[in-house]
Design a binder for this molecule. Structure first.
Ligand code: SF4
Length: 449
C-alpha cells in the first residue's frame, strides 16, 4: 500500500466506530454503486456481517450503517440524522436504489455470522444480490480501520509518478536531504501523489477542524444518558461545570491536564452518541487529538493555520501506521486506536512546541510505546467503557510524551517505526477475545457481574 493521504487519516464520519460504523456504511455505499446499473426488479439484498462485525456490530450500529449505506446516505450532509433515516427505511420496509424499491427487513435480510472461519479479515461483510431466488451478484468488503475499506486503498486515483515512502525513518531522511520539515513534506507528498494541492488540503482540514471544535463545544454542554444497555451518564459537561465552579478540584494537577482530559471525554461522548465525527485516526479514539490541539491553542494562542499544520504532522504519523501497521481494534486491539491517537497527538504537540523532526518522531514513539499491548474489550459492544475515559487518559499521556521528547533532545533506542512493528507483532499474538469482540476482559467481567 502506498503511504495514505492525510485525508485518509482524518475522515468525516459518524460515531461510534470508524471500522464498524463508517467502514460498514461505506461498504453499503460501494455495493449500492456496484449494482446501481442493474435492473433491480424483483430483487433483494442479503447482508452477512461476519467475525468482529457480528460480535460487536449491534453496539457499534453496524447493521444500521450498512442499511443507510445501501440507501445512499450522504455522510457529510445527513450523517447526523442517520438513526432517523434508518427508522424511515425500516418503517417503510424498503431500500431505494435509483428508484427501485428493494424490500428490506433487517431481521430477515441481515445475517449475523459470529464465526471467524474462512475470514481473511476480522471485519468482513458480504453482500448478495438475489433476483427471482438466485444470487446474481456478490461482493465481500473488509473494513481495515479508521473508516477505510481494503478496496478503497487499491482502487484509488493516484499520480502515475507518485512517490512512496517506506516508513518514518525514510521520510525524515528525505526531508533532511531536501530541506523540508514534516509540514512541507506533507504538502509536497499530497500534491505529488494524490493531486491535492496545499490550498485544497488546507480547506479540507479546516472543515475537519471545525467539526472537531464543534464536538468539544457540544460535548461540554450536553448532559443525559448515552444510547445502549449500559445507560451510561454523560460526564464531560458535569465535570466542566465542576471545574469552573470549584477550582480546588483541579489544583492537584495543572489546569491544562484537567481540561485536556475533559475535552477528550466530551468528544468521545459525542462519538458514543452517534454524532458527526472526524476520525483521528479512528472514531473510538477521536477525542485525543482535538483535546490536545485545543489545550495548546488556548494556552499559547496559536492561530488556526498553525493548528492545521499540526494536524498535518499528526496525519503523517497516522499514515505511516496505516501503511505499515493497523489502526483496527479488531486486528491489533486498542493499541492501534488509542495508542496511535496518542502518538499522533504527541507528535502534533511536539511540533507546536517547536520540536525538531527527531523530537517529533520521539514523541510519537513514546505515545505509541506506552500503549503497546492495550486490549480492545468494549463492554456490551458499545464504544463507551473503557473507550470514553481512555480518550481522556491518552490525551494527557500525549502531552507528557511531547514534554519528555522535548526535554531529552530526542536521544532514544527504539524508533517509532520499530514501535509500529512491535504493535503488529503483539497484535498477531493477542487473543481474539481482546480484539473488538467483547468476548474477554472488561466485557466478560461486566457480563458475569
Ligand atoms: S477499547 Fe479502544 S479499540 Fe476498542 S472500541 Fe474502545 S476505543 Fe475502540
Amino acid at each position: 500500500m502506498i503511504l495514505p493521504s492525510v485525508l485518509d487519516v482524518f475522515k468525516i464520519g459518524i460515531g461510534p466506530s470508524s471500522s464498524h460504523t463508517l467502514g460498514a456504511l461505506k461498504s453499503g455505499l460501494f455495493f449500492r454503486n456496484r449494482i446501481s446499473g442493474c435492473d433491480l426488479t424483483n430483487s433483494s439484498v442479503e447482508v452477512e456481517l461476519c467475525g468482529s462485525f457480528a460480535l460487536t456490530g449491534r453496539g457499534h450500529l453496524t447493521d444500521i450503517a450498512v442499511v443507510c449505506g445501501l440507501n445512499g446516505l450522504d455522510v457529510e450532509k445527513d450523517g447526523e440524522r442517520f438513526l432517523e433515516i434508518y427508522k424511515t427505511i425500516t418503517d417503510r420496509g424498503y431500500i431505494d436504489i435509483n428508484g427501485f424499491k428493494i424490500p428490506f427487513n433487517p431481521d430477515k435480510n441481515i445475517i449475523w455470522n459470529k464465526s471467524f472461519k474462512n475470514l481473511s479479515h476480522p471485519n468482513t461483510v458480504r453482500y448478495r444480490l438475489i433476483k427471482n431466488g438466485t444470487v446474481i451478484d456478490k461482493q465481500e468488503y473488509h473494513s481495515i480501520g479508521g473508516g477505510m475499506l481494503e478496496k478503497e486503498t487499491t482502487n484509488r486515483n493516484i499520480n502515475e509518478k507518485a512517490c512512496d515512502f517506506k516508513d518514518l525513518n525514510e521520510i525524515i531522511a528525505f526531508c533532511k536531504k531536501n530541506g523540508m520539515d514534516f509540514v512541507k513534506f506533507s504538502d509536497f507528498f499530497e500534491e505529488e501523489t494524490y493531486f491535492n494541492n496545499k490550498e485544497s488540503i488546507n480547506e479540507q482540514l479546516k472543515k475537519r477542524r471545525k467539526i472537531m471544535k464543534q464536538r468539544i463545544e457540544k460535548g461540554l454542554k450536553t448532559k443525559g444518558t448515552l444510547p445502549g444497555v449500559l445507560k451510561l451518564q454523560r460526564r464531560a459537561a458535569k465535570m466542566f461545570d465542576e471545574y469552573v465552579k470549584n477550582l480546588r478540584l483541579w489544583r492537584m494537577l495543572s489546569e491544562e491536564v484537567t481540561l485536556t482530559s475533559i475535552y477528550a471525554i466530551a468528544v468521545a461522548e459525542e462519538n458514543a452518541d452517534g454524532a458527526l465525527i472526524v476520525t483521528s485516526p479512528t472514531s473510538g479514539s477521536s477525542g485525543v487529538l482535538p483535546a490536545v490541539l485545543r489545550t495548546i491553542q488556548e494556552k499559547y494562542r496559536f492561530g488556526d493555520d498553525k493548528i492545521i499544520d499540526a494536524m498535518k504532522v499528526a496525519g503523517l504519523i497516522g499514515s505511516v501506521v496505516i501503511k505499515n501497521g493497523s489502526i483496527a481494534g479488531a486486528k491489533v486491539g486498542c493499541q492501534g486506536e488509542i495508542g496511535v491517537a496518542c502518538s499522533m497527538a504527541a507528535a502534533s504537540a511536539c511540533y507546536l512546541m517547536d520540536g525538531t523532526m527527531e523530537q517529533i518522531e520521539f514523541a510519537a514513539e513514546i505515545g505509541l510505546e506506552h500503549h503497546l499491548g492495550l486490549t480492545c474489550d468494549p463492554v456490551a459492544g458499545l464504544v463507551q467503557i473503557p473507550c470514553i475515559e481512555r480518550n481522556g487518559a491518552a490525551a494527557v499521556s500525549a502531552l507528557n510524551a511531547a514534554n519528555l521528547a522535548l526535554l531529552s533532545r530526542a536521544k532514544h533506542q527504539i524508533s517509532f517505526d520499530n514501535a509500529v512493528k512491535t504493535m503488529m507483532e503483539i497484535g498477531k499474538d493477542m487473543n481474539k477475545k481482546y480484539k473488538e469482540t467483547s468476548l474477554g476482559g472488561l466485557a466478560s467481567i461486566y457480563k458475569s457481574r
